[in-house]
Design a protein around this ligand. Structure first.
Ligand code: DX5
Ligand code: ZN
Length: 233
């Protein structure tokens, strides 16, 4: 189980301290939302900011590119210290060359999908990716409510992974709190991106622990159901 606080919800007046707060917790990744004011109606931050916070922690940097032209940003973010870069499946024809470019830069490859987009669109890429990022809100802003209609996508992604014996992570991003994280874990998610819920707690480390406990319990419950319905595997 990966818990990834999303920096978008940090207090930007004290960014370094916020990154250190995540570093001191038992979080696994730091999620970095990059918005270009075109693919989404908002702007966040760029490679220069990522480069400046990079020396503050050894956490895995999961860069989420909500951008219409990620091709011009892959190299700058790779140099700035990204470990994984997620591009959006909504980019259509551009997806394959972008995935190859990320691989060529020696980074982990992530593919994100928006709530209205059919999950079948990611199917051709599943053998090429390290992570699938299922958006559980419309991207662009933190602090939105979880869209429950996205849960079947998690179940489908999980079923495909089992059936094809693949290894990609199944991440959820947007409106992930302790309850919705558990629901996602129950559906088959293993990677939990959470901004507001984790950062807006005085004790972020305790919140990370609480989320890990919630998702682990829900995943175990999943396992028990498999045992009762299918018999031991
Ligand atoms: C949404 C971003 C998310 C966001 C999640 O566009 O991709 O990563 O930071 O924030 P919360 O957890 O506040 O919904
Ligand atoms: Zn994100």
């Amino acid at each position: 189980m990966i818990i990834a606080p999303s920096l978008l919800a940090a207090d930007f007046r004290k960014l370094a301290k916020e990154v250190e707060r995540v570093d001191r917790s038992e979080a696994d990744w730091l999620h970095l939302d990059i918005m270009d004011g075109h693919f989404v109606p908002n702007i966040s931050f760029g490679p220069a900011v990522v480069q400046q916070v990079r020396p503050l922690t050894r956490l895995f940097f999961d860069v989420h590119l909500m951008c219409s032209k990620p091709e011009i940003l892959l190299e700058p973010f790779a140099k700035a210290g990204a470990n994984q870069m997620n591009i959006h499946v909504e980019l259509g024809d551009q997806v394959t060359p972008l995935l190859w470019r990320i691989k060529a830069l020696g980074k982990h490859v992530g593919l994100a999908i928006n709530p209205p987009t059919a999950i079948s669109l990611v199917q051709p890429y599943l053998h090429q990716i390290d992570a699938l990022l299922i958006m559980t809100v419309h991207p662009g802003f933190g602090g939105q409510s979880f869209i429950y209609e996205t849960l079947p996508k998690i179940q489908q992604a999980h079923a495909w992974r089992e059936a094809r014996n693949l290894r990609y992570r199944i991440g959820v991003d947007g409106g992930v709190d302790f309850k919705t994280a558990a629901d996602c874990a129950h559906a088959g998610a293993d990677t939990f991106i959470s901004g507001t819920t984790l950062f807006h707690q005085r004790n972020l480390a305790a919140a990370v622990k609480k989320m890990r406990k919630a998702v682990s319990a829900a995943a175990r419950l999943n396992g028990e159901e498999v045992l009762t319905t299918d018999g031991p595997r």
